[in-house]
Write a protein that binds this ligand. Structure first.
Ligand code: NAD
Ligand code: DAU
Length: 354
């Protein structure tokens, strides 16, 4: 029997957050799950339609940078656990507008930590501040087989990863200075349903659907390690309940793909599911100017998490990618609702600058 928790999940209307909220609402009917989200361009309550009327679910529209408003939410719900996902998450946007990333990711995280510290008032019994971070804080690997471990030194290159690195340092500082029970996890690239279609996989699925060019940055040789989002949510559940205080855990898919090879798999899968002859959409591939400071390769060594807490990815990539493509093809209204209007203008401007 799990102890009743009053759990604040930030960024729950975003991609990964919505999967975490859904998992916790379904799996822990006795917990009160409060989703705190500002609903930026990336936040979408349609991601949570299936659970929005559950008795153990609450939504609070709130900016994590608004310290007083966050304190009120801690008081209102007697919060004892935080899973902090709210962030600006897209590298290309961080290159255009680094201030917004510093504000949300650094100051917003500090505001969350300070609100938790104020409300918990040094009584740390049964409390946890769990911060969700990224493998990008470790910098870039060569094509030499090495991987990021929990001991790898931070070496961020983009304004996004610099802001996430800074937020990770603040979380650890709150443990070391005040004794706050914290955990940090650093995860690799996620894919799956409900991802905002500015990120590689949903963007390319959507562009193929509209016969639009597929902008491959540089030579398409960069490597990413892909994990199905529901596996990330399960890892977060495992770590929230069984992780050791003050520890860092890497989470990854043991699933590295060179971008251009991954893109060919996406094209093949979309063409197959749309009933097009194989290879139909290959000529949409368009090589464009590379992302500035584009990290060459990420690869996560998630052995510690497997050995200590027994988590490992459950879904094979071929199955995950087919499930993902099918989901976007079945949910075209969801895609159309967020890609029309403001976002379409923004995307066309970004594309024309490349
Ligand atoms: P996302 O951009 O899809 O969602 C972010 C959510 O945060 C949105 O709902 C948005 O409205 C909310 N938000 C943004 N600013 C806010 C603010 N000031 N106050 C309150 N809410 C705010 O992001 P995602 O891809 O789901 O990533 C979630 C977290 O996981 C981030 O911290 C990200 O750094 C981390 N992460 C992402 C990946 C990935 O592959 N997507 C991998 C590793 C780690
Ligand atoms: O590694 C974890 C990170 O993964 C998360 O912390 C970030 O929040 C998340 O956005 C993701 O970052 P990436 O920059 O790796 O993801 P993105 O989908 O933007 O790009 C994946 C790769 O594809 C990257 O090498 C850049 C390339 N790319 C991307 C886009 C959008 C293209 O070639 N063309 C594109 O149009």
């Amino acid at each position: 029997m799990q102890k009743k928790r009053h759990l604040l999940i930030t960024g729950g209307a975003g991609f990964i957050g919505s999967h975490v909220v859904r998992l916790f609402v379904n799996k822990y009917p006795d917990y009160e799950i409060i989703n705190l989200d500002k609903l930026t361009y990336a936040g979408n309550l349609a991601n949570l339609k299936d659970i929005e009327s559950r008795p153990n679910y609450r939504f609070e529209k709130c900016d994590i940078c608004d310290f007083d408003a966050v304190c009120n939410i801690f008081r209102k719900y007697d919060i004892d656990g935080v899973i902090h996902l709210a962030a600006e998450s897209h590298v290309d946007r961080s290159i255009k507008d680094p201030f917004t990333f510093a504000k949300t990711n650094v100051l917003g995280t500090l505001s969350m930590l300070q609100a938790a510290k104020t409300y918990w008032n040094n009584d740390w019994e049964g409390k946890l501040f769990y911060h969700i971070s990224t493998d990008e804080v470790y910098g870039a690997l060569e094509f030499d087989g090495s991987m990021f471990t929990e001991q790898t030194k931070y070496n961020p290159h983009s304004p996004y990863s610099a802001s996430k690195a800074s937020s990770d340092h603040f979380v650890r500082a709150f443990h070391d200075t005040y004794g706050m029970p914290t955990i940090v996890t650093n995860c690799s690239n996620n894919y799956g349903p409900y991802q905002f279609p500015e990120k590689l996989i949903p963007l390319f699925i959507n562009n193929i659907r509209h016969h639009k060019p597929l902008p491959v940055y540089g030579k398409g040789e960069n490597v990413r390690d892909w994990l199905f989002v529901e596996d990330h949510a399960k890892a977060i559940d495992t770590i929230f309940h069984n992780g050791k205080i003050a520890e860092t855990y890497n989470i990854g898919g043991f699933n590295e793909w060179k971008n251009i090879d991954l893109i060919k798999v996406i094209i093949k899968t979309v063409d197959k599911l749309l009933g097009n002859p194989e290879g139909t959409s290959l000529d949409l591939i368009t090589y464009v100017t590379d992302r500035s400071g584009h990290d060459l390769r990420y690869a996560i060594d998630a052995t510690k998490l497997k050995n200590e807490l027994g988590w490992e990815p459950s879904l094979q990539f071929e199955e995950g990618i087919e499930k993902t493509v099918q989901w976007y093809l079945d949910n075209q209204e969801w895609l159309d609702n967020i890609t029309s209007g403001e976002y379409e203008k923004y995307y066309d401007e970004m594309y024309n600058q490349r």
